[in-house]
Every structure is written in structure tokens, then in C-alpha cells.
Design a protein around this ligand. Structure first.
Ligand code: DGT
Ligand code: CA
Ligand code: CA
Length: 571
């Protein structure tokens, strides 16, 4: 495995970028950049020099440490310090380096000043004019950033539901400018799948050709792929494909059912119809040539002897059997949520104070929140040590006295260390109302080690909730390798709850894990992990995921009143 000088230089440059984002000493940053330049320009293979036993410290800008690092890279192809720092910095910040005009300094500013952590945050802040107001960021740069965000989107990548939602809202508002009888987004979007491949819109109107004419004039279209009399396909500026179709009013329910999918669910429904001597397609339910149903979805299900099945359940994961047995869940709703048990403040990497968060949550009608700042290992996030944690709790007491109508619980998102111990003393943990434990580094441990690490943390008697249990970031970071069944069984045994993290990039537990948890009798908490008051509304995304996981109100602990919740937080 030969490694070229420019590859080594690239590693040092990347490391320097990350050090800079992290806010490390500028001299240190410069040392790596200088080393990268030296490596690039010496004109002789470093690999050969290393193999010949040449003393690398004779090279300009290469000291003892750097010479050891070069040897490490030549021998292993990797730089362990780089791997380590990558685990400490949100992967999207690293990804943002690929955007023209955004260097580490600016990314650091965006992260610190506007708490931008994802491409979506970046796009939103650029469009809203927030970025333009920052010193050193002009309108030209903002244009460049917006272009860069689009280019960074890899071909064939699925869109996060939240991202599609923004476009859907705007597009539906536009379509409603003309007269329509029905308008609905079907497909995976309606099933609230965490990512969508494209949008499938269904509309009925007296004059459908007018709908198509209007649709293809939507200003955010990049390309009109086709425009016929009953359907049209376009690509939006963000590369999202939209299919628009029309049907007759009498077929609307069947078409909505057909295009909502999933395909696997539709196939099962069709099988049942065939057994009854019926035919189901997008135009209706037919007995011979006679249409016996089709105007509404309820009618379609009824015609084949089934009850109405919520779109989130239509994945052929047992919903048809459950319907036949009368055991379909009554899915949890956003309005059932009484509080949010995971959020950050200025004590660690949040943007707002405890009081700000409490007031915003109170406005949302919540009965309680938990403040859960990071623990000390997470230095990039200014994680709290024992002393600062206790100081924060004193402030929580003061704010609780000051504000009526909402209760602030004392909590923390405590790091699970590599050996499964917690990043906080039991003495301080004992003073908290709610303890979240989470993995924030060493994502690559093999399954047994990673599972044991989490199981050990779950045996700490103060832990209440495992936060974002798999650590995955949609389209960016794979989940950690864990035996989820074992973790859920331990949760059941120890009275620990699992989080459904509502961040649109996380949605972790995912739908399948949430359903597993429910079936094992493990309760969950849907939390926004907010770092500012504006993302408290992410709760909706978490509720969507919970619904896809068949969760009912009683499966979710933060649908309980404060008194009930406190009982569930006792171990
Ligand atoms: P996506 O776009 O990849 O996130 O997933 P969907 O579920 O939106 O799939 P899409 O857009 O290919 O098709 C929309 C719906 O149309 C799908 O959920 C079910 C229905 N559909 C599409 N193709 C077929 C098919 O071959 N058979 C049946 N029964 N239904 C289909
Ligand atoms: Ca679709
Ligand atoms: Ca489609």
C-alpha cells in the first residue's frame, strides 16, 4: 500500500482544518499546514525516506512529533489523531469544507454564532439572511454558499422528510392558487418515512389541464421532464422530483391509496381483494366491471373487509393482520406530548439560557422540560464537570422559582465512556431528575464491545434514558454496531427508557427499533435535543417516527403528567 506525498499532505491539511474549526491554538494549526507544504514540495517520496531510515526532522518544518506522525501514516495509511478529532466534530462541519468560500474559520463562526450543524441549517440561515449579517460574510458569499449546498447533495441521495416538507408547504400553497377539488401528497411523504425519494402529488379539479399549466410554471422548477394531460413530472431546484397526477373524483380514494403505498402494503391489499373475487387498482374496487368503491380510502378498505389503516403503518409489517385481529394501535399524536426531556443551553453548546428554553417550552403548552447539557468529555461542546453541573442546578432552582406554569427538571446528557462508565460522578448523578446517557465518540467499536459498553452504562442505577441510541446521522453517519435486542431487553429489566431523538438528521431510534421496543414493553421518550428555542418544533418529526414505530400514547413517557413521569424516572 503505497502512499504518496500529496496524500500525506492532504491528511495534514485536513487535520489543520479540523483543529481550526475546533478553535485550537493557531500556532499548532500553522505547524500542520507548514508540514503539509514541506511534504508536498520535497520532491522525494516520504515513504522511501522512511523505509531508508532517513531522519525526517532534518526536513524544514518537521519536528520530532511530526516525524513520528509521518512514520505512522506511511506504515498504517492512517493518522490516528485525525480519526480521533473527526469523532469530536459534527461530520457536517467537515462536509461543509467542500463548499467553495467556506474555510474552517468561517465554519467555526457559523457553528458558534448561528449553531449551524447541517447543510440544511446552512441553507436555511443563508436564505433567511442571517448569514449575510455576520461580519465577513457578504451577499456574494451567501450566493456561493447556496450554490455549494446544492452541489454537495450527492446524486441519488434521498431527501430528509423535514427538507421535503419545506418544499411541499410552498408548492401546495402555490397549487392552491387555482381551483382544486382535492390535493394531497401521497407516497413515502404521506407515510412520514424519514427520507423520501420523490414526491407523488395527487389532485382533482374540474379542468385538470389548467392544473398542469399552472404546475409547470412553479418558480422553483429547474426542469420540466414531462407535461401530459393527466400527469406531469418536474425536477425542483434542489433536485427533488415531483410527480403530479390527476384522476376522476370517483377514483380519488383508490388513487390516493394506490399512490400512498407502500408497494408491499398495496400488494397485500390486492391479494385480499382477489380472495374476495374483487379487483383493486388506482381507479377503484371492482366486482366484475362494476365499481363498488373508490371515492374515499375508507371505502376502499371497507370494500375488502378491512378497517382504515393509517399511512404510517402501511409497510406490510403486520398492519393487515393487526387490523383483522382488531389490534391496530391508536397512534400517538403531537398533541399528546406534555414535555421535552432533552435540550441544551449556554451552559454547554446551546444558544439560549435555561430561562429562554423554559419560556419557549411554556409557550408550546408544555408542562415540563429537562435541561440536559453535555458532560465534560465533550470539550468541543463545553461539557460540564461536576462543579459546573451543580452550579447549573442552582440556576434551575432559581428559574423554577421565577417562572410559573412549567417545571424545569435537572438533567444531563452524560457521555458513555469507552469502557461503559459514565462521565459524571454518581454523587452528582444522584441529584438529577433525569439522566440521559449517550455515545459521542468511538463509534467504530465492533458489535460486542459496543453493545457491552452500552449495557454497562445501563447498569448504572442513575441512568433513565439512552439518548440517540445508534448515533446514526441520516445520509452522513452509519449507526454504531449494537445488538439492539440485548439493549432493549436490558432496558426492560432495568426500567430504562429509549429515546426517539427528533432531530431530522437523527430520528434515532428508527421506526423498526421503536416497534421492537414497543413489542418488548420498553417505553420511549420523544425529545428534540434542541440547542436553541427554534428547534423545539422538531418534536413533530419525532412523533412521525414514533407513529411509524406503532407507538401509542402509553408507550411514550413524555405524554405523562409530571407526577406520572417522576414515577417512571425512579429506578
Ligand atoms: P420513495 O419515493 O422512494 O420514497 O417511495 P414511494 O413509496 O413514494 O414510492 P414511489 O414514489 O416509487 O411510488 C409511489 C407509490 O406508488 C408507492 O408507494 C406505491 C405506488 N406504486 C408505485 N409503483 C407500484 C407498483 O408497481 N405496484 C404497486 N402496487 N404500487 C406501486
Ligand atoms: Ca415517492
Ligand atoms: Ca414517484
Amino acid at each position: 500500500m503505497a502512499i504518496t506525498n500529496s496524500e500525506i499532505a492532504k491528511i495534514f491539511n485536513e487535520y489543520a482544518d479540523l483543529l481550526e474549526i475546533k478553535g485550537e491554538n493557531p500556532f499548532k494549526v500553522r505547524a500542520y499546514r507548514n508540514a503539509a507544504r514541506t511534504v508536498e514540495n520535497i520532491g522525494k517520496s516520504l515513504e522511501e525516506l522512511v523505509n531508508e531510515g532517513y531522519d525526517l526532522t532534518k526536513l524544514p518544518g518537521i519536528g520530532t512529533d511530526l516525524s513520528l506522525y509521518i512514520k505512522e501514516i506511511v506504515k498504517t495509511g492512517k493518522f490516528s489523531k485525525l480519526e480521533q478529532i473527526k469523532e469530536e466534530i459534527p461530520p457536517t462541519l467537515v462536509e461543509m469544507l467542500s463548499i467553495e468560500g467556506l474555510g474552517p474559520k468561517r465554519i467555526k463562526t457559523l457553528y458558534e454564532k448561528l449553531h449551524i450543524q447541517s447543510m440544511e441549517d446552512l441553507r436555511r440561515a443563508a436564505e433567511s439572511g442571517e448569514i449575510e449579517k455576520l461580519p465577513g460574510f457578504g451577499p456574494t458569499l451567501v450566493q456561493k454558499i447556496l450554490k455549494g449546498v446544492k452541489l454537495a447533495k450527492k446524486a441519488g441521495q434521498r431527501f430528509k422528510w423535514s427538507e421535503a416538507k419545506e418544499y411541499v408547504d410552498d408548492l401546495l400553497e402555490y397549487l392552491h392558487q387555482i381551483e382544486l377539488t382535492h390535493l394531497e401528497v401521497a407516497g413515502s411523504f404521506r407515510r412520514k418515512k424519514e427520507t423520501v425519494g420523490d414526491l407523488d402529488i395527487l389532485a382533482t379539479a374540474k379542468d385538470f389541464s389548467e392544473v398542469i399549466r399552472h404546475f409547470i410554471k412553479y418558480p422553483k422548477i429547474k426542469e420540466v421532464v414531462s407535461a401530459g394531460s393527466t400527469r406531469s413530472t418536474v425536477i425542483l431546484n434542489n433536485d427533488l422530483q415531483v410527480d403530479l397526477r390527476s384522476v376522476e373524483d370517483e377514483s380519488y380514494g383508490s388513487a390516493l391509496h394506490y399512490f400512498t403505498g407502500s408497494k408491499a402494503h398495496n400488494i397485500e391489499v390486492r391479494k385480499i381483494a382477489i380472495e374476495l373475487g374483487l379487483k383493486v387498482n388506482e381507479y377503484g374496487v371492482f366486482k366484475g366491471n362494476e365499481r363498488i368503491a373508490g371515492k374515499t380510502e375508507e371505502e376502499v378498505y371497507q370494500a375488502v373487509g378491512l378497517c382504515y389503516i393509517e399511512p404510517e403503518l402501511r409497510e406490510n409489517r403486520g398492519e393487515i393482520e393487526a387490523c383483522k385481529a382488531g389490534r391496530l394501535p391508536k397512534l400517538v399524536e403531537l398533541s399528546d406530548i406534555k414535555g421535552d426531556l432533552h435540550m441544551h443551553t449556554v451552559y454547554s453548546d446551546g444558544k439560549h439560557t435555561i430561562e429562554d428554553m423554559a419560556k419557549a417550552a411554556k409557550e408550546m403548552g408544555y408542562e415540563y422540560i429537562a435541561i440536559t447539557d453535555h458532560s465534560k468529555r465533550l470539550t468541543v461542546a463545553k461539557g460540564l464537570d461536576e462543579k459546573r453541573a451543580l452550579k447549573e442546578f442552582e440556576e434551575i432552582d432559581r428559574v423554577n422559582e421565577k417562572i410559573d406554569g412549567i417545571t424545569i427538571l435537572k438533567g444531563m446528557e452524560v457521555d458513555i465512556l469507552e469502557d461503559g462508565s459514565l462521565d459524571m460522578s454518581d454523587e452528582v448523578l444522584a441529584q438529577m431528575d433525569v439522566v440521559l446517557a449517550a455515545v459521542h465518540y468511538k463509534f467504530n467499536l465492533e458489535q460486542k464491545k459496543q453493545t457491552d459498553r452500552i449495557l454497562k452504562a445501563m447498569d448504572n442505577p442513575y441512568v433513565n434514558i439512552i439518548a440517540h441510541p445508534t448515533g446514526r446521522m441520516i445520509n452522513m453517519r452509519e449507526p454504531i454496531a449494537v445488538d439492539m435486542t440485548k439493549i432493549l431487553e436490558r432496558a426492560k429489566q432495568n426500567g430504562i427508557h429509549m429515546e426517539i431523538n427528533a432531530q431530522p438528521d437523527r430520528l434515532d431510534l428508527n421506526d423498526i427499533h421503536a416497534k421492537m421496543a414497543k413489542e418488548l414493553g420498553v417505553k420511549m421518550s420523544i425529545n428534540t435535543d434542541s440547542h436553541n428555542i427554534y428547534s423545539l418544533f422538531y418534536m413533530q418529526y419525532g412523533v412521525n417516527q414514533a407513529r411509524r414505530g406503532w407507538c401509542e400514547k402509553e408507550d411514550i413517557i413524555n405524554t405523562r403528567s409530571l407526577d406520572e413521569l417522576r414515577k417512571l424516572l425512579k429506578r
